[in-house]
Design a protein around this ligand. Sequence first.
Ligand SMILES: [Zn+2]
Ligand SMILES: [Zn+2]
Length: 124
Amino acid sequence: MPMVKCQQCGKAFSADAGRIRLGRAKYCSRSCSAAARRTPKEATCLWCRSTFTKGRGSQKYCSLDCANEALRAASYKKASSGKKKPNRPATLYCACFEDPWANGSIKPDKYGNTFRTPDFGLGF
Ligand SMILES: [Zn+2]
Ligand SMILES: [Zn+2]
């Protein structure tokens, strides 16, 4: 049987050619394959380019913030190039992105009066 190097402990071990072909002959033992699965993998955040330890296999961003930012940027890009409005998942946006007038962070009359001030120059 062909010898392969264990990807966890580096020890050479003999593996079945069929398993090698299937990409399953990576570890010399069950404990090594289990250890490899437990070992957190380093990955680069697709958004801020910082390195982080992968929790799940599909994780692309270091944090939820980065995932949100990237998603927002992607939807902006889509909006500027495409015809359709970006369909943003509302749950990913925090309250600070809501209409500041609607959520009360700007008093309704704070700027309202400014806008409503008659413009004498224009005659109304
Ligand atoms: Zn091993
Ligand atoms: Zn990041």
